[in-house]
Write a protein that binds this ligand. Sequence first.
Ligand code: C2E
Ligand code: CA
Ligand code: CA
Ligand code: CA
Length: 381
Amino acid sequence: GDCLLVKIVQKLKSCLRSGDLLARIGGDEFAILLAGFERADYPAEIASQIQQKFSAPIEVENRSILITTSIGIAPLTNINDLEHQESSYSLIEALQNAEIAMHQAKNKGKACSVVFESAAYLQSIAKFKSENELRAAIELEQFELHYQPIIKLADRQLVGFEALVRWQHPDKGMVAPGDFIPLAESTGLIIPIGWWVLRSACAQMVLWQQDRPKSKLAFISVNIAGKQFSQPYAGDIIAQILTETGLDPRCLKLEITESEIIENVNVVLSTAEKLKKLGVQLSMDDFGTGYSSLSYLHCLPVDTLKIDRSFVENIESNIHELELVKTIIKLAQVFNLDVVAEGIEREQQCDRLLELQCEYGQGYLFSKPLSLAEANNLLES
Ligand code: C2E
Ligand code: CA
Ligand code: CA
Ligand code: CA
């Protein structure tokens, strides 16, 4: 009856401050709009105050009536979506979200409250979780390097290894770089990870040179992210790693992609000059996939072009691909650069590349990336 309603409203009002709105939105449902608050947990506090108020039965006309409250809480502004802080919900959306949360509260049991969580919020929690895992992975020594042979096409002799990072995740097992490098780049974690990779690869190369002085292994090739390479002290860090590990700078090749160069041309150029003086070699990775490869060729002191896999893929059947690769190889000859063709999987691809006088190659036809044990075996044979 009316009397019960009045008492419910009184109890609710006693929990609110001036400026807060209380509305009955039908049947036994009420909506409260909090005018503003200082602490993030304030709405949850109000919810528990309300539930306290209703924990005792209400006396109406000599009857006691126990009311259980299920409360759903939703933000009016989209504070859950950390990436788009300006966007805000409409009042209707907020009410709908609160209603969803209220139904969840009802399902949970008597006198519960639930805070609405948007998909974006849950996503940002998941991202936060993997970011923390990635952050811890360095200290927990969960990264390891695999080594893919780079060979001379004419005699298929090993000339170098490309170091490729892997994440040995405690639950997910081996994670490929494609699945964590993007997160590492967007969070800046690529910088410590990248320097770990470089230090480990240089140290391993020194071990190989000490243990197998007669091997044909001439260099180790290491991928450097643009963010890493454009750090103001990148040149000094690289020099320090070479000194610490004792690796001859001429045995180190750094692979950078052109799109990463473009973002920070000036810093990259000065670091590249520094490295050149040390004797470190530079490789332009995924050549041809960027948008202005040619304009950087004459100003960047690169030694090697790596032709991206996508250009080699159908080289036997696609005349345009063949012509393109032919042109890249001629270009490299003009600039006196070495050429490595990536992603060679079939003999016919290798034949075409030899005809075009491509000197070096890398791909599953010769070897997939090898674990340390497998790489050691290869060097033994
Ligand atoms: P990338 O530098 O172009 O490395 C070559 C990728 O192609 C490797 O994938 C390799 O396993 C794969 N591959 C080699 N031969 C073949 C083939 O014949 N067929 C096919 N389909 N694939 C082949 P991976 O190891 O998954 O690495 C992917 C990318 O992740 C790399 O591409 C590189 O951009 C990045 N990456 C790997 N390690 C590092 C690192 O230590 N630092 C940075 N910044 N990036 C890294
Ligand atoms: Ca590479
Ligand atoms: Ca590549
Ligand atoms: Ca590639």
